[in-house]
Design a protein around this ligand. Structure first.
Ligand code: C2E
Ligand code: CA
Ligand code: CA
Ligand code: CA
Length: 278
């Protein structure tokens, strides 16, 4: 039993060592990717569930390792937040997304783009200026940019975040609360932050047909949005039955694999052009 205990200790320290090495390699990869401008951005369509009309696209960061394997954002985004690299990552995603959106507009497609803003980005006092400067530089109408912010970001430094968001709203951008229902926003926060859109988290959408509790949450979010005159969008729609239920409950905008996975910028342009001809 004694030697077993010893083995276990070394097993765990090996694991810890592997973990630290992996993390370190990932950080180097992220630094390299950012300094070589190799971060990619994919776009997932947002649609009217009833008519299929395209209403927007969400920009999602993508990174490959040196072997060309994709690294999941759920791995590199938290790392970027912890290391402070999120400021640069956020800047690059924002610029690429706005440039693409401008490109779509020049092709004749009026498609707003949504960009995720991590909680840590609100610690950057230059965030608002960075966004408004970019819109001015590109001559992109602010109405074409939507910012997706999580509840946790709002809770960090309430008065500072509130003032940043109200400046962004004054500039004309739209604000959505991402992963709504998973955090702890209260009604008073929704009012205070002048939110435009509630985004129903995919965990609820994916289980609403099999879990009564999730169904109740979806219903509650929909009725909250309706009574506060907020727009709604459901994410993570994978099957027809989820789409039908959402429409029935009063949510008519959504995104998910049922319609399209996130697409590279080339594939998204092809998607736009294909749709236009059908
Ligand atoms: P999110 O903002 O909630 O984005 C939605 C995630 O759900 C994306 O994962 C998307 O690919 C995935 N998704 C879309 N439709 C479906 C579906 O029907 N089924 C399932 N199972 N998943 C679906 P992704 O791209 O892996 O991103 C994960 C998270 O990483 C994002 O969650 C967001 O929090 C973060 N993230 C991604 N890109 C950025 C970025 O540029 N900036 C920041 N701050 N965060 C980002
Ligand atoms: Ca999002
Ligand atoms: Ca989400
Ligand atoms: Ca559940």
């Amino acid at each position: 039993a004694k030697s077993e205990g010893r083995n276990r200790t070394s097993f765990f320290s090996d694991e810890l060592e592997q973990h630290i090495i992996h993390r370190h390699q990932l950080e180097l990869l992220l630094r390299d990717t950012l300094s070589n401008n190799q971060l990619q951005v994919y776009y997932q369509p947002k649609l009217c569930l009833e008519t299929g009309r395209l209403l927007g696209a969400e920009a999602l960061a993508r990174m490959q390792d040196h072997q060309g394997q994709w690294v999941s954002p759920s791995e590199f985004i938290p790392l970027a937040e912890e290391t402070g690299l999120i400021t640069e990552l956020g800047r690059q995603v924002l610029r690429q997304a706005c440039q693409e959106c401008l490109g779509w507009q020049r092709l004749g497609y009026h498609v707003p783009v949504s960009v995720n803003i991590a909680a840590a980005q609100f610690a950057d006092p230059l965030l608002v200026k960075q966004i408004t400067d970019l819109l001015t530089e590109l001559q992109l109408p602010a109405q074409l940019l939507e910012l997706e912010v999580t509840e946790s970001a709002l809770m960090l430094d309430v008065s500072k975040t509130q003032s940043m968001l109200s400046q962004l709203k004054a500039a004309g951008t739209c604000i959505a609360i991402d992963d709504f229902g998973t955090g702890y926003s209260s009604l008073s926060y929704l009012k205070k932050f002048q939110v435009d859109v509630l985004k129903i988290d995919k965990s609820f959408v994916q289980e609403m047909l099999i879990d009564r509790g999730d169904m109740e949450i979806v219903k509650a979010v929909i009725s909250l949005a309706q009574s506060m005159h907020l727009q709604l969008i459901a994410e993570g729609i994978e099957i027809e039955a989820q789409k039908d239920m959402l429409i029935q409950l009063g949510c008519s905008v959504g995104q998910g694999y049922l319609f399209s996975k996130p697409l590279s910028k080339e594939d998204f342009k092809a998607y736009l052009q294909q749709r236009a001809t059908v």
